[in-house]
Design a protein around this ligand. Sequence first.
Ligand code: RB5
Length: 151
Amino acid sequence: MIALASDHAGFDLKNEIGRYLEELKLPFKDLGPATNGRTDYAKWGYLAAKAVSSGEYDKGIIICGTGVGISLSANKVKGIRCVVCTDCYTAMLSRQHNNTNMLALGARVLGVDLAKLLVKIWLETEFEGGGRHEQRVNMIMKIEAGNIDFL
Ligand code: RB5
């Protein structure tokens, strides 16, 4: 189950991505906002990230003007690894190597078709796991927990 959220700048693209997830027959919930009135990316990044970190949702897709503010907010929540993505290679590698669980998009940066492609690649790519990639992701999670014994 995918959590979807945006601020006002990402509102139209959020709706496009919602329609695209329906087309792909992938279950998702639009957490909001319900209208395109001015709102704060920090609120929506946090709400979507909490929904993912709690285990209620497997992944999250969040959208603001650049993808930056909303991703920074999401990445403050424990257990979240959110990538801001504008290219297909990063969409793929952020899953294969970094096991990202949230994708942030910039509605003022991306065309709709590229945004949809990034979503598809990101959702379809699996974490390679095992070996060095898993160890490095574990290091990130240790930093979050205040444990830097790997230094
Ligand atoms: C809103 O104007 C804009 O600052 C926001 O959507 C985002 O781009 C911030 O990172």
